[in-house]
Ligand binder design. Structure first.
Ligand SMILES: Nc1ncnc2c1ncn2[C@@H]1O[C@H](COP(=O)(O)OP(=O)(O)OP(=O)(O)O)[C@@H](O)[C@H]1O
Length: 344
């Protein structure tokens, strides 16, 4: 288990990590999600003791990374964003060297290297020079290195960045397999990646946590009420009057762009109401053809983009101005970093 308490990192005038607190429970796969520059690498570097925090602390199974680095670090295997591979070594030589650096007892090194090679399926290339390996295989070497010493927790910084689609699938499968025996934390700026392998998501933006939870829970909590996108035949005013009169409707907004002779609306229900059937029946009773009816709640992808791209629209209770409401407890994603924003 890792406890991150009020972690802060300042690079000169730039606040890269701004008071992050969270807990990583054993036996789960956590996805650390955020756009480039959100502070993911900085946080991972502090969690693994590569970088000292400006303030705050990290405890690994109760051991402070700052005060008991050996105790804390031996529980963590780390694949940094740029793994320090020695490309003039063979895979075996490098892993033996890494095992020695990690103070794996000499008598146990060969066994541990064998096991790491087996788990990352490097058997075929173990006698090849690292410089002759593809990026996908090099990444596996980096992961094998993280497994040496048999740490309980594996931390992987952007493990699939720069890989081709086939390699990405292989690395994801490898991560899932690791999860059977380790707590895994990986960072990514791609939601689909985190959704594909993680049971828990931590969304970070400008050095702060903007949402966390299981993917389905986040979606449910933050997607907002089941707003409906409705298209009816005929004039806008008549369609609006019809929909507004339905019990359970909170608001009806016109959505521009409907084809001529039709009108589009976003219909917000009151909490807990499912309006689909009522909309259908009302249109039928009024002999007004219903041309479109779809749930307009946000997908997790839209939530992620809203939380990280459009922070001005995010208010204190995590709802967005004009968008569907939500009852999630997310702190405001106000401008905390004082640097320029980077491309997502
Ligand atoms: N050594 C450094 N000196 C100064 N600023 C830094 C340093 N390292 C990171 N930063 C800045 O801190 C912020 C957070 O960077 P960090 O690398 O942690 O983000 P990230 O979420 O991991 O993004 P990426 O995926 O691009 O690495 C960025 O604005 C970055 O420019």
């Amino acid at each position: 288990m890792i406890e991150v308490r009020e972690l802060v990192k300042r690079y000169g005038g730039r606040l890269a990590v701004d008071g992050l607190s969270f807990t990583v429970e054993s036996g789960q796969v956590y996805g650390f999600l955020g756009p480039n520059g959100a502070g993911k690498s900085t946080t991972m570097n502090m969690m693994t003791g590569y970088l000292g925090p400006t303030a705050g602390e990290v405890l690994v199974d109760g051991h402070s990374v700052a005060d008991e680095p050996e105790e804390a670090k031996r529980r963590i295997g780390y694949l940094p964003e740029q793994p320090p591979l020695y490309t003039e070594m063979t895979v075996d030589e490098y892993l033996e060297f890494a095992a020695a650096l990690k103070k794996v007892p000499r008598a146990d090194r060969a066994r541990q290297v064998d096991r790491a090679v087996e788990r990352t399926r490097l058997g075929e290339v173990r006698r090849r020079l690292i410089r002759n390996l593809s990026k996908g295989y090099r990444q596996r070497v980096g992961i094998a290195q993280a497994l040496l010493g048999d740490p309980e927790i594996i931390i992987l910084d952007e493990p699939t960045v720069g890989l081709d689609p086939k390699q990405i699938i292989e690395i994801r499968a490898l991560i899932r397999a690791l999860a059977a025996e380790h707590t895994v934390i990986l960072s990514s700026h791609i939601l689909a990646e985190v959704q594909a392998v993680c049971g828990q998501i931590l969304i970070i933006h400008r050095g702060r946590m903007v949402a966390s939870g299981a993917p389905a829970e986040l979606e449910r909590r933050l997607a907002g009420s089941q707003a409906l996108d409705v298209v009816v035949k005929g004039e806008e005013a008549a369609g609006r009057a019809l929909l507004s009169a339905l019990p359970g409707v909170r608001s009806v907004e016109s959505v521009p762009g409907a084809e001529p002779g039709t009108a589009g609306f976003r219909v917000e229900p009151r909490a807990g109401e499912d309006l689909r059937e009522a909309v259908f029946r009302a249109c039928a009773a009024a002999e007004r053809p219903l041309l479109g009816l779809r749930s307009g709640g946000l997908t997790l992808e839209e939530i992620f983009l809203k939380l990280t791209d459009d922070e001005e629209a995010v208010t204190e209770n995590g709802t967005s101005g004009g968008g569907p409401g939500g009852d999630g407890e997310i702190p405001a994603a106000e401008d905390a970093a004082d640097g320029e924003e980077e491309e997502a």
